[in-house]
Design a protein around this ligand. Structure first.
Ligand code: ZN
Length: 86
């Protein structure tokens, strides 16, 4: 089902792929933020903020596409959002 939802639309696949990549970067910087040395905190925080903005932009691009095009939102995106929100 996950594959079918995003396989319907090529544009959706591209946007979803970008979103997944941005989510990985965001998750990675967030993890680094927890373990970085105090003197590196500001730099790491800015990297995390930058990654968060890129992630939000990618998420909005996918949502806007789905709204206009009517193709389905892949369910694994919601699973990921739950995972990083904890
Ligand atoms: Zn579409």
């Amino acid at each position: 089902m996950k594959v079918q939802a995003s396989a319907k639309c090529r544009e959706h696949q591209i946007l979803h792929g970008r979103l997944r990549a941005d989510m990985k970067v965001y998750a990675d910087t967030t993890q680094r933020l927890e373990s970085c040395r105090p003197e590196d905190f500001q730099k790491t925080y800015e990297a995390a903020e930058y990654a968060r903005t890129a992630f939000l932009d990618a998420r909005e691009a996918l949502r806007a596409h789905v709204a206009v095009h009517g193709c389905e939102q892949a369910m694994d995106l919601l699973d990921f959002l739950k995972a990083i929100a904890q």
